[in-house]
Design a protein around this ligand. Sequence first.
Ligand code: AMP
Ligand code: FE
Ligand code: FE
Ligand code: ZN
Length: 294
Amino acid sequence: MTNYIDLHTHSTASDGIYSPTELLRRAKDIGLRVLALTDHDTTGGLDEAAQAARALDIDFIPGIEINTDVSGGEVHVLGYFVEYERPAFQAIIKVLRDARERRGQRMVELLNEQGINVSWDRVREIAEGAVGRPHVAKALLEAGYVQTIGEAFDKYIGTNCFAYVPRYRLTPEDAVHLIASANGLPVMAHPIELPGLDELRNWLPGLYEAGMVGLETYYGPYTPEDERALRALADEYNLIPSGGTDFHGPGIHPTPLGGRHVPYEAVERLKAAGQDASHIRVAPTSTGEITIQG
Ligand code: AMP
Ligand code: FE
Ligand code: FE
Ligand code: ZN
């Protein structure tokens, strides 16, 4: 048994290329001991993944990733061990997915207005589950407007491009509350996506207060210096340093599955936090306070 773990991956339930079963099969092939599936705004792949993991004797952690936009960039919040069957939790993530549908349609409209002919029907066909920009990018690729998924982001649907549409207005604190309200463990994903460590420092106290327990410190392309800075911040704010590859399959993010070393201790600490209810610093019923404007 190895100690290799990957706590950040995506499947066809959101914008990954491989089905949950295929993802687990690949995890087995490369000898992963623990895998977490963290699809965007959906838990639709978790039952299948858990079943595949049982068959393959992989320790599976159910997860989710909730993306939020903030003025300086994006804050994505991972949630591990969420009690995802809870109706109140499902109702809210359904609102987020519905907002994704409207946002995708609007991006297609903006492309069409500029004479770029991709159809919403095709985007919807490409997306098997929760729709996202990678599905719009794939439609652009198929139609020959770009040569790579990355080029679609650079030219059309990246944050500063004409067809970009902001997502639902959910604050990072809301995302943390949402996960904590279903007894999940909120962990800030790829924290350097916020421009600069100073900006990150501005967010950490509030997110810790909201119930965040971890900081993704070992992430795909982060350098040893990034890692050191994030470990120091994790220590300072009493957060569990965790990590993963953000594997989606070829074309989206460069790191292969399991291709980032993450200390096994991250799993032990997350599991211990899950056993210890003191990480829940918000009332379990606080989801009622969360407002989402699609
Ligand atoms: P969305 O949540 O719909 O805004 O889509 C964001 C997703 O797009 C991220 O989770 C990544 O999977 C993917 N993504 C973001 N930027 C790029 C990029 N430059 N190239 C390829 N994929 C990207
Ligand atoms: Fe993604
Ligand atoms: Fe992310
Ligand atoms: Zn991700």
